[in-house]
Design a protein around this ligand. Sequence first.
Ligand SMILES: Nc1ncnc2c1ncn2[C@@H]1O[C@H](COP(=O)(O)OP(=O)(O)OP(=O)(O)O)[C@@H](O)[C@H]1O
Ligand SMILES: [Mg+2]
Length: 228
Amino acid sequence: MPIIAAFNSKGGSAKSTALIALADALARREATVSVIDTDPQRTIAHWREKAVSSPIRVVEETNSANIHRLIREESSRSAWVFIDMAGFTSDMRTPIISRADLVIIPMQPSPEDARLAAAAFAYIATDEETLGRPIERRVLWARTTPNFVTRVERKIRDEVEENNIPAFTTHLHERSAYKAMMVGTTLAELDPAEYNGIDKAIINSDLLAAELIENVMEIQNRKKENAA
Ligand SMILES: Nc1ncnc2c1ncn2[C@@H]1O[C@H](COP(=O)(O)OP(=O)(O)OP(=O)(O)O)[C@@H](O)[C@H]1O
Ligand SMILES: [Mg+2]
């Protein structure tokens, strides 16, 4: 059962939005998803209280002593386990990262976000040292404008590539539907009379979920080959 964590010690980088968009897209495919909300801000737990019709299961845990057991329990319950992490680092980081099959690093391609995301990459490098193995991670470019790349954005994306940090080809585009979803609903339930681009956000999150599935399959195959 894939365990996917969203991590970026830079606050407001779209971790919670990316996970809900992905979980919502997987739920549309009838997959079962548990989200463990480890952020004391309770963004996803709060979303769940409002999004009553969503089949996504949300559990909260802010104590590092309980996280391994909870991940184990949720793994036996749901096909996918997502873990939302806080916008700062804590003693939850290494236990979560050590259990994740993939760490998604949502990041906006702006100079300030890139500067602050460097800390997140450094934390992951520290965890790799501690664990003595590489950690699968992918940058998820967030809040980008569809079909438009600024020169600054291109430069930041090139820098990430030069540092051998893989990134999702699909971006989490800037969409008011994503913002509205976070208030406590699924994308499909939003009223098209009230919000623009709901269909586009659905297509965007479907593509992202498809890429996530592909990535996870590749990672699992590679693990099997290495173990053989
Ligand atoms: N793709 C998007 N389109 C529109 N708005 C977005 C998008 N992604 C994130 N946002 C908005 O950006 C803000 C921060 O997003 P979010 O809460 O997902 O970030 P976070 O990394 O989880 O933050 P924190 O570190 O505080 O947990 C929110 O107001 C959210 O609605
Ligand atoms: Mg969050």
